[in-house]
Each structure stands twice: as structure tokens, then as C-alpha cells.
Design a protein around this ligand. Structure first.
Ligand code: EPZ
Length: 422
């Protein structure tokens, strides 16, 4: 099992190219099921979550290959086993996003319930509600969701809001299914995340008729069938935000390439509030910090609010602020696995329900810590860059799920991260 040994504190400098988005790639890979034939997705990163999705699509009957380094080919001509097995779904909850496209294409699909994970429960009631509204019969059996629409799906008006606001993959599932439904579908309270806009743009390139892209109201005119596509996935705003914090937490200047500041207004707003300079540059930005880290309050919300996937990384930064901050997690209230680990590194964090009081300290101290969910693990790497001494991070496989060899991206900038197989 791999561990990281991270020597700190370090200063970083130079430029780093942001990968294409994992969270846009996964639903877009599923969308390839809707256009029988060979689709080519460009820029899809080499991540373990992407490999799991490739395995899943292969099990359904697709042929998967990487032709050029950044071109993922999905041949969905044959889909003869519309079943998302538990063994794969339990490894990656996002596997649930095959539900909508398979139901629309095959008329019947079985997908294992995703179950919970380190960040909390991962319910799919809104996914099911949306597919039922399109006329599907859905029931649960032996831990599997079984959805049937033998005579096809029927367009409808669907409210997709839940107790925590919109649902990203729930919107993806219903959106993909609606592209082949008879008639018109309106999805109200749709997720507005850039990854969903990217999925909608890709579907339109496949022949779908979707309007309102990027807004909370998506309108879909059903069509008979979609075609395969050649499509480049958007930059990963969460990876970009992680690198921005790397610059801020090490009091460095970094240039980020292939990143869209327009997708990150809430993140840039908080960084500037904290005293970090963010200047737009060609195809990206320059991020730097001189002077103190100012305390700031952060509340995670659906897009365009502050993204929950950057909450842990910003907590690591605020742990070194000159004063107290409050971080409120409103999307996944249990998403605080990083709090105890950061406290092992001499942070002063106190959990109060869905909030954490972050009392800034002068210095973080290296310690052995445990990675848990993907983004909490990234926060520990960032803390290790700033901490005094050698930080050891166990269970690095969590980080590899969402960051492509992060040590090979940070070390050329001046980080000292060693990956060891122990
Ligand atoms: C997506 O997960 C992302 N994953 C997550 O990123 C991200 O944290 C999340 O959206 C929120 O932005 C991918 O895109 C692959 P949700 P998703 O449905 O779609 C509740 C990462 O680190 N809910 O938007 O599964 C749910 O419990 C990952 O890259 C219901 O109540 O999240 C949560 O509280 C982690 N019923 C809230 O909605 C449902 O049917 C938002 O969840 C579905 C969700």
C-alpha cells in the first residue's frame, strides 16, 4: 500500500497544467451509452475512478481503449448486459450515472445501490423520483435498483430539488434519460455545476435538444436517437482550486494553465477575502500570497456557491490564519474526516454540528496522518507542504482517485513528496 512522505515547509514556484475534470468525465463517459458507436473523449485524466468507470462500461458490453494519451475511446455499439454490479458500484458511487442512459437505451437496467462512503450517506431517492416521473417503473431488490420502461420514456415536468439543494448526478441521470424520452421534459431545480453544463453541451453535440444549459431550469425535447461524439472535457475546477490553495498555504506564486476562472467565482472570492492574489492570465491565472492569511467564513452550497469539494482544502489553509474562521458544510454535513487529522498536525479545529470553528495557529507540525475521502486527503497533502517536519500520509489510494500522480505535479514546483510502497 502506498504512503506519502512530505517534507515541509516548502516554497513553490512555476506553472502547472490543470487536468480535465473527473466529475465531468464520469457522466460524459456514461453519456456515450446513448450514442451507439465509437465516441472519443479528449483530456479524460488517468485516475482510478476513471479506470473503474471504464471497467463498468466494459462489463455492460462496451469496448474501451486509449488511442492517444489523452483520447479515451468508448465503442458502445454493443450494450448487452445492462447491469451495474455491486462489486464495481461499491468502489465508486458515481457509477450510479449509468442508470439514466441505460434505461433510455435498453428499457431495463439494474444498478447496485451505491451505499454510503467517507463523506456520509449517498441517497439516490431524487434519481429514482426523476426516472419515475419519466414513466419508468422502479423498485429495489437485493440491494439493486431495477428500473424498467419497456415502451420507452415519456417527457414530463420534474422538480429535482432535495433537502440539500440540487443533486449533481441526479440531474445527470434524469437529463440523459430525458434526451430519448417522447416529448418535452422540464427539469426544475437542476444542478448548475459546470460539469452538468459540460454534459449537456456534449449531449447536444450528440444530437440532443437541451436548452437552459447552466441554469436551474433545463428543457429537453426528446429525440429518436443520439450519435457518437468526439468531445473535449472541461478543466477540473476542483483540481485548480486545490493548486490555488497549494500556492496560498506555502506563501508562493503559481501559474495555473487550462483553468476557467469563470467556473470558480465563489472560490476566487474566498481566496481574495483570505488575502490571496488571483490574477487572470491567458488560459488560466496566477495565484500568489505575500503577507498574512486572513480568517474567512465559508459555507458550502450548490453551484454557484462555494463547492463542498474544496471545503477540506480551504480548512487546511484557514488553520494557519491570523484569527478564527467558521466553516459550515451544508451539502454533506458529515464531511469532516480531515478535522481530526489536521488537529494531529497541531491545527486547532473544533466541530460544532455542521460547522467547524477554525482557530488559526502560527505553525502546523508534521505527523503521521490517515487519508480518508478524496478531498480530505488532498487537504492533508496541502497541510504537509506547510507543516514543520516530515508528514506521513497513509492510504494514498484515496488521493489517486481524483488526482493524477499529485506528487509528480507538485515536486517540479518545489514540493518534496516521496511515494513509498510499504
Ligand atoms: C457529485 O456527487 C460529485 N461527484 C461530488 O464530488 C460532489 O461532492 C457532489 O456532487 C456535490 O457537489 C461527482 O460528480 C462524480 P449530489 P453527487 O447528488 O452527485 C443529497 C468528489 O470529491 N442527495 O449533488 O453524488 C446528497 O446526500 C465527489 O469529487 C439526496 O438527498 O452529489 C447530498 O447531501 C465527492 N438525494 C446532496 O444531495 C439524492 O437522490 C448533494 O449530493 C441525491 C443526493
Amino acid at each position: 500500500m502506498d504512503i506519502f512522505r512530505i517534507e515541509g515547509p516548502v516554497r513553490l514556484s512555476g506553472s502547472v497544467r490543470v487536468n480535465s475534470s473527473k466529475n465531468a468525465s464520469l457522466p460524459i463517459m456514461a453519456a456515450a451509452l446513448l450514442g451507439p458507436g465509437k465516441s472519443v473523449l479528449q483530456g479524460v485524466p488517468h485516475l482510478s475512478d476513471i479506470s473503474v468507470c471504464e471497467q463498468l462500461l466494459g462489463q455492460l458490453g462496451c469496448k474501451i481503449s486509449r488511442e492517444a494519451d489523452d483520447e479515451l475511446c468508448i465503442d458502445s455499439t454493443v450494450v448487452d448486459h445492462p447491469v451495474g454490479e455491486y462489486d464495481i458500484v461499491r468502489k465508486m458511487r458515481a457509477s450510479i450515472c449509468i442508470l439514466g442512459p441505460l434505461l433510455a437505451r435498453c428499457g431495463r437496467v439494474e444498478v447496485s445501490m451505491p451505499g454510503g462512503c467517507a463523506i456520509g450517506d449517498r441517497p439516490v431517492d431524487l434519481h429514482i423520483k426523476g426516472l419515475k416521473a419519466l414513466g419508468a417503473r422502479v423498485h429495489l431488490k437485493n440491494g439493486y435498483i431495477i428500473a424498467e420502461a419497456p415502451n420507452g420514456l415519456q417527457g414530463s415536468d420534474i422538480f429535482m430539488g432535495g433537502p440539500f439543494g440540487s443533486t449533481v448526478l441526479g440531474t445527470a441521470n434524469v437529463l440523459m434519460a430525458a434526451t430519448l424520452a417522447k416529448g418535452k421534459t422540464t427539469i426544475e431545480s437542476a444542478a448548475c455545476e459546470p460539469e452538468i453544463a459540460d454534459l449537456a453541451n456534449c449531449l447536444n453535440r450528440m444530437g440532443a435538444k437541451i436548452t437552459g444549459v447552466g441554469s436551474p431550469r433545463l428543457i429537453i425535447e426528446g429525440v429518436k436517437q443520439l450519435s457518437p461524439v468526439r468531445y473535449r472535457v472541461v478543466p477540473d475546477r476542483i483540481e485548480a482550486g486545490t493548486f490555488m490553495v497549494a500556492a496560498a498555504i506555502t506563501e508562493s506564486e503559481l501559474r495555473l494553465e487550462h483553468c476557467r476562472l469563470n467556473d470558480m467565482m465563489a472560490v476566487v472570492d474566498r481566496l481574495r477575502n483570505i488575502g490571496v492574489t488571483v490574477d487572470a492570465a491567458e488560459d488560466g491565472c496566477v495565484v500568489s500570497r505575500q503577507g498574512p492569511i486572513k480568517p474567512a467564513d465559508i459555507t458550502t452550497q450548490p453551484y454557484p456557491g462555494f463547492p463542498t469539494d474544496l471545503q477540506a482544502q480551504f480548512m487546511a489553509l484557514l488553520a494557519l490564519a491570523e484569527g478564527n474562521s467558521v466553516v459550515i458544510e451544508k451539502i454533506f454535513p458529515d464531511r469532516f474526516m480531515h478535522v481530526a487529522e489536521l488537529n494531529r498536525m497541531a491545527a486547532n479545529l473544533r466541530k460544532e454540528g455542521p460547522a467547524v470553528i477554525v482557530a488559526g495557529v502560527k505553525q502546523l507540525i508534521a505527523a503521521p496522518v490517515m487519508a480518508s475521502d478524496l478531498r480530505a486527503s488532498a487537504a492533508l497533502v496541502l497541510a504537509g507542504l506547510a507543516a514543520e517536519g516530515m508528514t506521513t500520509i497513509n492510504r494514498v489510494y484515496h488521493i489517486d482517485r481524483g488526482y493524477e500522480r499529485i506528487e509528480e505535479r507538485l515536486n517540479p514546483l518545489g514540493a518534496k513528496i516521496k511515494r513509498e510502497d510499504v
